[in-house]
Design a protein around this ligand. Structure first.
Ligand code: SF4
Length: 285
């Protein structure tokens, strides 16, 4: 049995929402540099150079990598043998995530990007509510993955329900078509998360989870899906959209596919698009 103070989680959350927004992690920078070498178009190369300059300034001056500092999305792996100590006025685990996010976004001068209602659009002014996806498991581990999810890339994401007869060809066409329709809107070069199987809502969650895979550009351990990832990246990068839609070879940095069992009559598929400002960070306690 492990006991964790809620204030420890709040403080960790406060730190990672800032660090993720200020600094692209090494695995992301490595892929950016690798893909820059493969880019042939002068405009595309110039965009890569600006992305690197922007990342350096954000890191040095502790500024948001982008003006859209995103919804605060957390994936939490929680062992059943973990207990939480309510301290420092925190009432629940969710409260720890909420307060950490509020404090981190305020302290880091990060934009508050949440409206309280989708139609009436009044800003909640503290970037909450946060979005938390819980995964319960045995043991006493506690792992948190954070992604700052900007609106431009999220808006270009799609879910579609296929009949099984669509096969892998139908799925791959859907993924490529989604990226083609997005054009320059999701601020390419993008990261593409693909969720296959599950059901309607679970495929979308899988697609988002796929974005979190570390290191960026690593492949699914199942060769079938690793090959699909390689084929999809090649097809997407043949579209010619290029960095920031300026034309060029590199439209996406990586494609990650995650799959899950599903109903015999269904083949759900989701594509969650992430921009080059791929702000993902995790911690474990
Ligand atoms: S899509 Fe990404 S890079 Fe583009 S504005 Fe949104 S957060 Fe910023």
């Amino acid at each position: 049995m492990k006991t964790i103070n809620l204030s420890t989680i709040r403080d960790k959350v406060k730190d990672i929402v800032q660090e993720a927004n200020f600094e692209l992690q090494d695995d992301v920078m490595d892929v950016i540099k690798k893909m820059e070498d493969q880019e042939k178009s002068p405009a595309g190369k110039a965009v890569f150079d600006l992305i690197k300059q922007n990342a350096q300034i954000a890191k040095d001056e502790k500024l948001g990598l982008c003006q859209d500092t995103g919804l605060a999305v957390f994936f939490v792996e929680l062992g059943e043998d973990v207990r939480f100590n309510r301290d420092d006025g925190l009432e629940s685990l969710r409260d720890a995530f909420t307060q950490g996010t509020i404090q981190g976004y305020e302290e880091g001068y990060l934009r508050k990007s949440v409206v309280a209602d989708p139609i009436r659009r009044e800003n909640t002014s503290d970037n909450t509510p946060v979005f938390i996806h819980w995964e319960l498991d045995k043991g006493d581990h506690f792992k948190v993955q954070f992604v700052a999810k900007g609106g431009g890339a999220e808006n270009m994401s799609q879910v579609r329900m296929f009949a099984p007869a669509a096969g892998k060809e139908g799925i791959e066409d859907f993924v490529v078509e989604t990226i083609e329709q997005g054009g320059s809107n999701p601020c390419p070069p993008t990261v593409v998360g693909v969720g296959l199987g599950g059901n309607f809502e679970y495929s979308a969650l899988l697609a988002k989870k796929a974005l979190l895979r570390k290191p960026l550009g690593s492949h699914n351990p199942d060769k079938f899906y690793a090959d699909m990832e390689k084929r999809l990246l090649e097809k997407i990068n043949n579209l010619g959209i290029g960095p920031q839609g300026m034309g060029g070879r590199i439209t996406s940095l990586a494609v990650h596919v995650e799959a899950f069992p599903c109903h015999i009559a269904s083949m759900p598929a989701a594509v969650n698009v992430q921009c080059h400002s791929h702000r993902v960070l995790s911690f474990e306690l």
